[in-house]
Design a protein around this ligand. Structure first.
Ligand code: PEP
Ligand code: MN
Length: 342
């Protein structure tokens, strides 16, 4: 942290700042400048003290600005954890070089619908079956999901076909229920800053698939991951799913592909891209899935429905089984090419 003093700050004001730093257990470093003075604080303070000291310093007389030189997240940061985190879910490893695909319908609608989608997911070599049972819908009149019955179907089909499962949990109270049925807890974009939910998901110890909020900065996204990790749960998988679009007449969101290399640089957690919610248009899904792979993502989550026209939610962005199979074939060949690059 660096404190820049105001032009003409008095010696008493400088001394008061130094005393505030010393009283928190750190030694201030005076950095004389041409027309004003700065004071450096070594990175030895813990996160809580740093945040508390920052706000105390900002209100002190003679202080112009306080700048954090290290990132506000520690557990999620690559600075403190150089190797890629590999999240293990049963026999599957997410992160660390492989490319995984999560496929399935937006919502679980029936056993027949999910079972038929799951067979395509399995046959095409994708590894994870998705399906929402608790749906965060903009309108309270839209289909809300089958709730526990949907989870039962997902659990049953996942076992039957032999796929790892993921489904959304919308509240902290529902974590034990959803956790009983699925392998990975999904925290949706709208819930990214539902802090009690992040904490409960962290406490559960289950792998957490955390989606980026539609207007969240990278720091906010990683601090949300930090909430889960602060509970001793390092099995966090990040998902870029598009941010608020400038022009919604073409795409539902703007898929921030540049977030992939940025996240890869600043965090060790695996990064998945969701081109379905990212674009909202089925024909743009495969191109953006390929872009995600080339950008360095650890996988994609793609919505697919046996009959998209009859889907109860997000039909316009769902791939048909044959479109999904074609995308899988393209991704497999592209992955071979990208991983053979020197
Ligand atoms: C979903 O994946 O089902 C979903 C609702 O996505 P998001 O939270 O990204 O909108
Ligand atoms: Mn959806």
């Amino acid at each position: 942290m660096i404190i820049v003093m105001q032009f003409g700050a008095s010696q008493a004001q400088i001394d008061a700042v130094c005393e505030a730093i010393r009283s928190r257990g750190a030694e201030p470093l005076i950095l004389p400048g041409e027309d004003r003075l700065a004071i450096g604080i070594p990175a030895s303070l813990d996160s809580e003290t740093r945040i508390e000291l920052e706000s105390a310093l900002m209100s002190m007389d003679g202080v112009n600005k306080v700048t954090q030189t290290s990132r506000p997240y520690r557990l999620a940061s690559r600075e403190w954890h150089k190797e890629d985190t590999k999240v293990k879910v049963r026999d599957l490893v997410i992160g660390g070089g492989s490319f995984i695909v999560m496929g399935g319908p937006c919502s679980v609608e029936s056993y027949e619908q999910l079972s038929s989608a799951a067979q395509i997911v399995k046959e095409t070599g994708a590894q994870i079956l998705r399906g929402g049972a608790f749906k965060p819908r903009t309108s309270p009149y839209a289909f809300q999901g089958l709730a526990e019955e949907g989870l039962r179907i997902l659990h049953h089909v996942g076992k039957e076909v032999g796929l790892v499962t993921v489904s959304e949990v919308m509240s902290g109270d529902a974590v034990p229920l959803v956790g009983r049925y699925v392998d990975i807890l999904q925290i949706g974009a709208r819930s990214m800053q539902n802090f009690p939910l992040l904490i409960e998901a962290g406490k559960s110890g289950k792998p957490v698939f955390l989606k980026r909020g539609p207007a969240a900065t990278i720091d906010e996204f990683l601090l949300a991951a930090e909430y889960v990790m602060s509970q001793g749960n390092n099995s966090v998988i990040l998902c870029e799913r598009g941010v608020v679009a400038l022009d919604r007449s073409y795409t539902r969101n703007t898929l921030d592909i540049s977030a992939v290399p940025v996240l890869k640089e600043f965090t060790h957690l695996p990064v998945i891209v969701d081109p379905s919610h990212g674009t909202g248009v089925a024909k743009y899904v495969a191109p953006m899935a390929k872009a995600a792979l080339v950008a360095g993502a650890d996988g994609v989550m793609v919505e697919m429905h046996p009959n998209p026209k009859a889907a109860l939610s997000d039909g316009s962005q769902a791939l048909t089984p044959s479109q999904f199979a074609r995308m899988m074939d393209q991704l497999t060949r592209l992955h071979d090419f990208v991983s053979s690059e020197p």
